[in-house]
Design a protein. Structure first.
Lengths: 114, 117
């Protein structure tokens, strides 16, 4: 079963607006990662946040992690048409024997209109 | 650095036939992953290699799927015989263990899109 569940399933915004995607998970984690996937392409790593971190920034991306609520959010500021893609959260579960094993959610489809 | 290379990009076969996918990870990456991504879903891990040893294959349908990573570099994933539900994109990813096995981003290839008729 999927560990991470993204919300919303689809998001449509205008260029320049901010986009927020949420991810909830079920078990304790070592880290949580966000990936982007353009249509017909592989996934591209965006940001990794460890379980002892609460917030990370990378360019126009801001990720927060709340381990007490088992949730994370990805904020993309000043969105561009090129940000149109599917976004996935993935969790590295704590206590596992498979180092680096990620469990992906279903993804959020983001459409940014010019 | 060159990215993860996968071939072929597309494959169409009939059910009960066999098919093989090839992956060349980023040079020096010790860990290699094969994922299955069904349309509209997130990737699901099939098998994880550390060098040429299997770390996790708990979700690999072993009655029909097999994978190997000879010499700890390239890898092949095979399906024999294929079923209709195997229609999906098969993604290969690799990661470095340079800073330890955990907290490493994965680098993905563009995948092989498999259609079963």
């Amino acid at each position: 079963s999927q560990q991470g569940e993204e919300d919303p399933q689809a998001l449509s915004i205008q260029e320049g607006e901010n986009a927020t995607m949420n991810c909830s998970y079920k078990t304790s984690i070592n880290n949580l990662q966000w990936y982007r996937q353009n249509s017909g392409r592989g996934l591209v790593h965006l940001i990794l946040i460890r379980s002892n971190e609460r917030e990370k920034h990378s360019g126009r991306l801001r990720v927060t992690l709340d381990t007490s609520k088992k949730s994370s959010s990805l904020l993309i500021t000043a969105s561009r048409a090129a940000d149109t893609a599917s976004y996935f959260c993935a969790t590295d579960a704590a206590g596992g024997t498979s180092y680096g094993k990620l469990t992906f959610g279903q993804g959020t489809i983001l459409t940014v209109h010019p | 650095e060159a990215g993860v290379a996968q071939s072929p990009r597309y494959k169409i076969i009939e059910k009960r036939q066999s098919v093989a996918f090839w992956c060349n990870p980023i040079s020096g990456h010790a860990t290699l992953y094969w994922y299955q991504q069904i349309l509209g879903q997130g990737p699901k891990l099939l098998i994880q290699f550390q060098n040429n040893g299997v770390v996790d294959d708990s979700q690999l349908p072993k009655d029909r799927f097999s994978a190997e990573r000879l010499k700890g570099v390239d890898s092949t994933l095979k399906i024999q015989p294929a079923k209709l539900e195997d229609s999906a994109v098969y993604l290969c990813a690799s990661s470095s263990d340079r800073l330890g096995p955990r907290h490493q981003p994965q680098h993905f290839g563009d995948g092989t899109r498999l259609s079963i008729l």
